[in-house]
Design a protein around this ligand. Structure first.
Ligand SMILES: [Zn+2]
Length: 266
């Protein structure tokens, strides 16, 4: 097995093992690789300009390296939610809190969490379509506040040390869950997060159909240099159906799409 692949597997296994013994709900994990693995510059062939689905002609831009930084993201207001890019470098502030959080149960899907009201219609349609296809989905984790994410990360730091905590938890302000538009799915209530979800019938159905309902997988397999995170088949961010279709048809990970079209745009 190539060294990088082995280390990726180990990072996930390590995170799972740490969480299993931590007493902290597994739903909070965001397993990531050690920062040292994330610092390679992504080599992109800047060939001829390409035309985006949005009709814009853009050259492929060089994405910033995924580092541990605290730079305020360009679109940091709640009303700019579709354009807001969060990664290991970019963040929103503590005051970022959606004003329209409602129970996920409004979407008729099993969960105890909250999401923004604006996503419930499409989430309900997604859940219904999955059920109809015999591939049921449950919500494992949805909105998280800045303070919750911070206390979570701090608890990991106390228990395992800062460097170790970085490997499997997003720092406060850097989690897409703070947007209120991001969901960790599972096959049923109480089922822990695992990459096995991606191989399950429900996970495969979601991978094929999520975009039709406005949801995009933030961290696809083998895209870590572009997305900053290892494969998380359960973690889906809502963009609305129109933008989700554009991202899906671009074939780009959301981080690259957002960086190219919004974050680094003139
Ligand atoms: Zn997540």
């Amino acid at each position: 097995m190539p060294a990088v692949t082995l280390r990726r597997v180990c990072a996930v296994v390590l995170a799972s093992a740490l969480l299993a013994g931590s007493g902290v709900p597994a739903l909070a994990q965001e397993p990531v690789e050690p920062p040292s693995l994330a610092t390679a510059v992504e080599a992109l062939a800047v060939a001829s300009p390409e035309t985006s689905p949005a009709g814009l002609t853009t050259a492929k831009v060089r994405l910033p390296v995924c580092q541990v930084q605290d730079i305020r993201t360009r679109y940091y207001k709640v009303k700019e939610w579709k354009k807001t890019l969060l990664d290991t470098n970019l963040k929103v502030t503590r005051s970022y809190r959606p004003w329209d959080l409602v129970s996920v149960r409004r979407a008729n899907i099993a969960s105890t969490g909250q999401v923004r009201k604006r996503i419930t219609k499409d989430l309900r349609a997604l859940a219904a379509a999955a059920r109809k296809a015999g591939k049921p989905l449950a919500v494992r984790s949805a909105w998280r506040s800045y303070d919750y994410q911070r206390s979570l990360f701090d608890s990991y730091t106390r228990r395992y040390g800062y460097a170790q905590a970085l490997k499997f938890s997003a720092r406060a302000g850097h989690s897409e869950h703070q947007l209120g538009t991001t969901i960790d799915f599972s096959v049923g209530p109480g089922v822990p997060l695992s990459t096995r979800f991606g191989d399950s019938p429900s996970g495969k159905w979601l991978a094929r159909n999520g975009w039709k309902y406005g949801f995009i997988m933030s961290y696809p397999k083998n895209k870590k240099r572009a997305s900053c995170y290892t494969y998380e088949p359960w973690h889906w961010r809502y963009f609305g159906r129109k933008l989700a279709r554009e991202i899906h048809e671009s074939g780009q990970v959301p981080r690259r799409f957002l960086y190219t079209h919004f974050e680094s745009a003139p």
